[in-house]
Design a binder for this molecule. Structure first.
Ligand SMILES: Cc1cc2nc3c(=O)[nH]c(=O)nc-3n(C[C@H](O)[C@H](O)[C@H](O)COP(=O)(O)OP(=O)(O)OC[C@H]3O[C@@H](n4cnc5c(N)ncnc54)[C@H](O)[C@@H]3O)c2cc1C
Length: 388
């Protein structure tokens, strides 16, 4: 079967669905077809994310993207409401906190300059001030921290569903089929071929396939510096409740943790071989997470694993930042991938930016040109020091 449509989006996760929503909300009149291979989203990165939302980045572009997105998440329930039903996303503004040891504080001070210059209400805290936020925190080996009270965490699955429902209401056409290949004709993208053999023709194809983005890009002969990388999260209960709700806290070791209901979830960017792998292990908790957690918060010494999972980062192997915009070698081919560990907090801004680029051929709200794939050939990399 052959079909014609105006815009094709490969991948209906948070990024693809935000692009579809923004295009339609901004008045795009053509037909948008989103292909999603898994209607349950079992293995997509979005529902497996920790949902951390922070403005505490070190590059101005990432700070600006997060600031825009945070504002959008504050009004998300109303903006994405369907009739009287609000799109609740459980955004808990409990803060984001980086803890520092030894010379790490100097580095946080430098970050603080970039953040405050860009309007972020970031605060440098002494080690004693940290205990006002987490009274149980073990501070003997710390020198201080960097905190932003506006930040926090949300429920990624609900965000994605909010975008999907609203995009559908505005007219987006979700097709639950796998794209086998992107097609081209004389230097322009021409559509996609599905695994079931159907052909969809369109002058614009966006690659929002997350961890599968490099594979699908390879079908049209374009390689992108992204690889899938496993990340584990473990949820655990502990005996003695904490006095306050936790901010999303990043220990100097890189282990991060936050409340999830009355339990805590924790993760760490361990060294692993690239590839799609969803195995998680209790050993990861006992050997890697727990020693750090129990040292940092004595209440975590008695911990019982409740559940765990592994999800996949679409890791940009060159500078760990998103790759956004049109591809110079193939007219009509757009990328939105390589988000590494920060795609949730970038989804609203990226959707808005790509809507503008596709409709008007330029960015209007935020200039995302720095994130184009051309930065690799011109060696204008994004230097981001706060990768979690
Ligand atoms: C453990 C973990 C923790 C994280 N923590 C955070 C955090 O705290 N804060 C933050 O901002 N970000 C975090 N992230 C990153 C964030 O989750 C991702 O950057 C974001 O979800 C990426 O969204 P996406 O839509 O690009 O990818 P996905 O959600 O993976 O969506 C891509 C979709 O494309 C579909 N697809 C792929 N190939 C095809 C094809 N050929 N045909 C049709 N469909 C296809 C897939 O089925 C999938 O549903 C975390 C990620 C992980 C794994």
């Amino acid at each position: 079967m052959e079909h014609h449509t105006d815009v094709i989006i490969v991948g209906g996760g948070v990024i693809g669905s935000s692009v579809a929503y923004n295009l339609l909300q901004d008045g795009f009149e053509g037909e948008i077809t989103i292909f999603e291979k898994d209607k349950t989203y079992e293995f997509a990165s979005t529902p497996r994310s920790a949902g951390g939302i922070r403005q505490l980045f070190t590059s101005a572009i990432n700070v600006q993207i997060s600031r825009y997105s945070l504002q959008k998440y504050l009004t998300f329930p109303e903006d994405m409401a369907i009739g009287l039903e609000k799109a609740e996303i459980d955004f808990q503004q409990r803060g984001y906190l980086f803890l520092a040891k030894d010379n790490q504080m100097e580095y946080l001070r430098k970050q603080h300059v970039v953040q405050t210059r860009n309007g972020v209400p970031a605060e440098l805290l002494s080690k004693n001030e940290l205990q006002a936020i987490i009274p149980e925190l073990h501070i003997n080996d710390l020198v201080g921290g960097l905190y932003c009270a506006e930040d926090g965490y949300l429920d990624p699955y609900s965000v994605m569903q909010g975008y999907i429902r609203k995009a559908k209401q505005l007219g987006a056409n979700y097709v639950y089929e796998e794209v086998d290949a992107i097609c081209k004709e004389k230097g322009s993208v021409s559509g996609v071929k599905l695994r079931n053999g159907d052909l969809y023709h369109a002058p614009i194809v966006l690659n929002c396939a997350g961890a599968w983005a490099p594979a699908i890009s390879g079908t049209v002969g374009i390689s992108i510096p992204v690889e899938p990388l496993k990340r584990q999260i473990i949820q655990f209960d502990f005996a003695k409740p904490l006095e306050n709700d936790l901010p999303l806290t990043v220990d100097p070791s890189g282990v991060y943790f936050r409340h999830e209901g009355s339990s805590v979830i924790a993760g760490y960017s361990e060294k692993v071989k690239p590839g799609i792998d969803f195995k998680w292990s209790r050993e990861f908790f006992y050997e890697t997470l727990w020693p750090v957690l129990a040292h940092r918060i004595p209440n975590f010494e008695k911990a019982k694993i409740k559940s765990g999972w592994a999800g996949i980062y679409s890791m940009n192997t060159i500078d760990q930042n998103a790759i956004i915009g049109s591809h110079p070698q193939l007219k009509g081919y757009y990328l939105a991938c390589g988000f590494s560990g920060h795609g949730m907090q970038q989804a609203p801004a990226v959707g808005k930016g790509l809507s503008e680029l596709i409709r008007t051929q330029k960015y209007e709200t935020l200039d995302l040109n720095q994130l184009s794939i051309e930065r690799f050939s011109t060696n204008k990399l994004i230097t981001e020091g706060a990768i979690v």
